[in-house]
Design a protein around this ligand. Structure first.
Ligand SMILES: [Zn+2]
Length: 345
């Protein structure tokens, strides 16, 4: 068994995974053809280059263009349900025992679906996957920065409404340069009052101050990426002192040019400094990566050792937006895999 196969066998958790960035290429290809969105003559290989990054791109905008077909197919209940189910199936194949799936419900109302129907379709698909594969999940609803505070309020209301049915929290995503955390204070203070878990994309595209602001002003309990924290030692100290978890996604950061290359990614430096780092894929399809492959890359490129891998997995369990009971079960599963983990060194 090679190292990647061993990593697949180790129970893992994934906290930062976007539904629209993680649709199987085959599924998207089939649905796009059915809906007449692409020419009948196009091959799956050609199509793959339209929805996946083949090489790093020089802007977040170009990266986001890769999502256009995904959004087009995520406009019917059947498609949404199928895609959520397949993501759980893919997680299972990858040895992921718990996954938090995030999406922006308001991106899927272009045709006739209501936000409630969209959320219910994701939960139905994920639940079917859970029953079949025993992979647990939590749903995070994303508010998009460029849509403004009123739409954020709407997303938070929706999350609160579906809280007992699988939605565990809310996220703030999108253009952090032009829409700083200050603009969303009222909405996110309200989210905290409603008992929702909060995570915020911050420090992904250069502005490290957004990390601290997201925690202090928006009550974020986890930070998506936080990669640029290294620019300010005060931010690093803040993350360590307050044990603020980072949901780090190295391949995605290479793809968006947030770092020059994999070797220069600060993830292990942060982990070794005592920051509560976790590992995720961000967008499995767009970045052509699974969580096992992400761990394998860390071993290959940055010399991650087995103890550090275990730490990343345990950190993920500690800060997951799920019950203590489920965390206990997940820790037991990881403990049972200690032998496979020790073979990785
Ligand atoms: Zn993300």
């Amino acid at each position: 068994m090679n190292r990647l196969d061993k990593i697949k066998k180790i129970p893992k958790v994934e906290l930062h995974c976007h539904l629209d960035g993680s649709i199987r290429v085959e599924t998207m290809f089939e649905l796009c053809k059915d809906q007449g969105l692409i020419s009948k003559n196009i091959s799956i290989k050609e199509f793959a280059t339209m929805v996946q990054l083949i090489e790093p791109c020089n802007s977040l905008k170009k990266y986001l263009e890769k999502f256009s077909y995904a959004i087009e197919v995520l406009q019917s209940k059947e498609n949404i349900k199928r895609i959520a189910f397949e993501l759980i199936e893919d997680a299972s194949i990858d040895g992921v025992m718990y996954i938090e799936i995030r999406f922006a419900p308001l991106n899927h109302t272009a045709r006739d679906l209501t936000e409630d129907e969209i959320i219910e379709a994701v939960i139905t698909g994920a639940e079917e996957g859970k029953q079949k594969y025993n992979v647990s999940y939590g749903i995070i609803l994303c508010a998009m920065r460029h849509e403004g505070i009123e739409r954020s309020r709407k997303v938070i209301e929706l999350a609160a409404k579906h809280k007992s049915f699988g939605v565990v929290g809310v996220d703030l995503a999108g253009n952090e340069q032009d829409y700083g955390p200050e603009l969303f204070i009222d909405a996110f203070v309200e989210a905290e009052k409603k008992g929702l878990h909060i995570t915020v994309h911050a420090g992904e595209t250069g502005n490290e101050e957004n990390i601290v602001k997201s925690v202090k002003l928006l009550k974020a309990r986890r930070i998506g990426h936080g990669i640029h924290a290294y620019k300010n030692p005060e931010v690093i100290k803040f993350l360590i002192d307050n044990q603020i978890p980072l949901e780090m996604c190295p391949t995605s950061n290479v793809d968006t040019n947030a770092v020059d290359n994999y070797k220069s990614h600060p993830i292990l430096d942060y982990l070794r400094k005592g920051i509560k780092v976790t590992l995720s894929t961000d967008n499995r399809t767009v970045s052509r990566v699974t969580l096992s492959e992400e761990y394998n890359m860390l071993m290959e490129q940055l010399n991650l050792n087995a103890n550090e891998m275990q730490k990343l997995i345990e950190n993920g369990i500690d800060v997951a937006f799920c019950s203590e009971e489920l965390k206990k079960q997940l820790r037991e599963q990881v403990f049972k895999a200690k032998n496979i983990m020790s073979e990785l060194n």
